[in-house]
Design a protein around this ligand. Structure first.
Ligand SMILES: [Zn+2]
Length: 137
């Protein structure tokens, strides 16, 4: 089935940094995909430093053991990272509120959640963007 609004996969951009969450840089597992005006980000496997249990892999945002991965979608601004140090050119998130959030328990589930969210964003991109601009004051 064709979809005129879909953003083809060869226009998605994959980058290597952890895409969200204040503890993102500690996450041992992460995926970051820019699709049009949106970022799909999955982070996980952060050691729970706050509870002094480095053996446990817990997302501190939930505090729930086993919910080890989080996939979120954010609107991107037109600005890019201009840091000469990393030279990544990653687009800057416009609003960290997050449009969607799914938490998962295994690497496989996290990978599938990321892939499915990327497909959904690519398919619904234009209507998501229209909804977003309607919500702006
Ligand atoms: Zn950068």
């Amino acid at each position: 089935m064709s979809n005129a609004n879909a953003i083809p996969r060869d226009q998605w951009r994959y980058t290597g940094s952890a895409g969200h969450w204040i503890m993102g840089r500690y996450c041992r597992w992460h995926l970051r995909t820019e699709i049009g005006s949106f970022l799909v980000s999955t982070v996980g496997e952060a050691p729970d430093r706050t509870l002094s249990r480095p053996d446990k892999e817990v997302l501190v945002t939930t505090g729930i053991e086993g919910e080890t991965y989080e996939t979120m979608t954010f609107p991107l601004s037109l600005d890019r990272c201009m840091s000469a140090e990393c030279d990544c050119g990653e687009r800057i998130v416009h609003d960290w509120g997050g449009i969607s959030c799914k938490r998962t328990h295994t690497r496989g589930e996290a990978q599938r959640a990321h892939d499915e969210e990327c497909e959904r964003v690519a398919r619904k991109h234009d209507s998501m963007l229209a909804k977003l601009s309607k919500a702006q004051p």
